[in-house]
Write a protein that binds this ligand. Structure first.
Ligand code: ADP
Ligand code: GN1
Ligand code: MG
Length: 363
């Protein structure tokens, strides 16, 4: 990309209700650029979300948008009859040429959504109810998409949660040592290698393919400001065929620890058992009917594996010189890797108990 993407020019290409009054960067994602747009409407200002899709990460942004179109339409149809149905699914705003995205003169792809008011996302969960709400919402998301008519969704990033391939990429990054940092990350490299044996477990378990979100961070669900209820699942770029446990695992990774993903004080990183229990109960309330026994048995394990997987991705990117995830300080990706590995250890220490809990709740 040459220079910064031009958000003002992109905003002028969407069917917003009136003149743009304000456009500001929004959210703290690691990949795409998000902007909050305020427009002049007849009675009161109306807000929108404008997003630029990172094509170094998503090599086929149009495929991403085709998935998003189908998924949002299906979810909106299911929410239509429900109370507050209009806030329960993301709604794309068409571009002036009638498509649901805009490609600018630099070849960058943009999309816009109606802003869901009176709700917000949080970086960390602070109560069991929040964990329960998020898990039930992501479970419901999987359940509702189980009836999406064919064809199969595009794989927007092939092998996204293939942990053995992620591990192989880490080994390549260690060998290449492109940024000369391998010596600085020796304890983390040793940690990763000592757990290579867990990487293939989910893929070898013969689990059913489903439509999954694949990025079920706690900050990808909007919670209602008044009731605390989960209103809407957002961030749909990686919705594609996957395993249900990729989603449950990423919930464990991002919801059970009170510490931020890039916390430097590792003593704050811990898998809080009551939060795990809330996730299991919330998730099973919405997917209980379709989750198979082998999937149930691996719920706790998936938390460990997905946390490990993101940890090795941060480590590989640190070694490569920070080419994938946005970084905001020196050693940022290594800090992120360290929190993930600490959380893996915390899960290991409680894994038997977590499995007993799952067995007692899910059978
Ligand atoms: P990223 O991939 O960068 O995480 P997200 O799609 O998660 O991008 O959006 C970033 C942030 O913008 C979210 O955490 C949320 O706070 C806000 N957001 C995104 N879409 C909406 C929406 N339709 N309504 C309200 N807020 C939104
Ligand atoms: C990225 O940008 P964000 O926060 O939605 C990443 C996820 C990681 C996550 C780690 C496409 O998601 O896979 O789990 O960072 N998204 C992509 O916080 O790689
Ligand atoms: Mg997000």
């Amino acid at each position: 990309m040459s220079g910064r993407p031009d958000a003002d020019a992109a905003a002028s290409q969407f069917e917003f209700s009136g003149k743009v009054l304000d456009l500001t960067p929004h959210g703290g994602g690691h990949i795409n650029d998000t902007f909050l747009v305020t427009c002049q409407a007849q009675d009161a200002p109306v807000r929108y979300i404008l997003q630029h899709i990172n094509r170094h990460v998503f090599h086929d942004p149009i495929a991403v948008m085709q998935n998003v179109e189908r998924v949002t339409k299906h979810l909106a149809a299911q929410a239509a009859g429900e109370p507050d149905g209009a806030r329960r699914a993301l709604r794309l705003i068409p571009a002036r040429d009638g498509r649901n995205w805009h490609v600018d003169a630099q070849g960058e792809t943009w999309r816009a959504y109606r802003f869901i008011e009176n709700a917000r996302t949080y970086e960390t969960a602070t109560s069991r109810d929040q964990a329960f709400q998020a898990a039930r919402a992501f479970g419901r998301f999987q359940q509702q998409l189980s009836s999406l008519p064919p064809p199969r969704l595009h794989e927007t990033i092939p092998d996204f949660h293939d942990t053995p391939k992620r591990f192989a990429a880490l080994e390549e990054a260690i060998t290449a040592d492109a940024a000369g940092r391998a010596a600085l990350a020796k304890p983390e490299i040793d940690f990763a290698r000592s757990r290579q044996f867990i990487t293939g477990v989910l893929l070898e378990a013969d689990l059913p393919e489903r439509i999954t979100h694949n990025d079920t961070k706690f900050n990808n669900v909007l919670l209602d400001d008044k009731t605390g209820e989960a209103v809407c699942v957002i961030d749909l770029d990686t919705v594609m065929p996957g395993l249900a446990l990729y989603d449950f695992g990423d919930m464990v990774r991002t919801t059970t620890s009170p510490a931020a993903e890039d916390e430097r004080d590792l003593s704050k990183v811990t898998m809080q058992f009551p939060m795990f229990e809330a996730l299991v109960r919330g998730y099973l309330e919405s997917v209980g009917a379709f989750l198979t026994v082998p999937e149930r048995k691996l719920l706790a394990f998936s938390g460990k594996l997905i946390t490990f997987e993101i940890g090795i991705r941060f480590l590989a990117d640190y070694l490569a010189g920070d080419t994938y995830f946005k970084v905001h300080r020196k050693g940022h990706n290594l800090d992120r890797c360290r929190t993930q590995f600490r959380l893996v250890e915390s899960i290991e220490q409680q894994e038997d108990e977590m499995n007993r809990l799952v067995e007692s709740v899910a059978g």
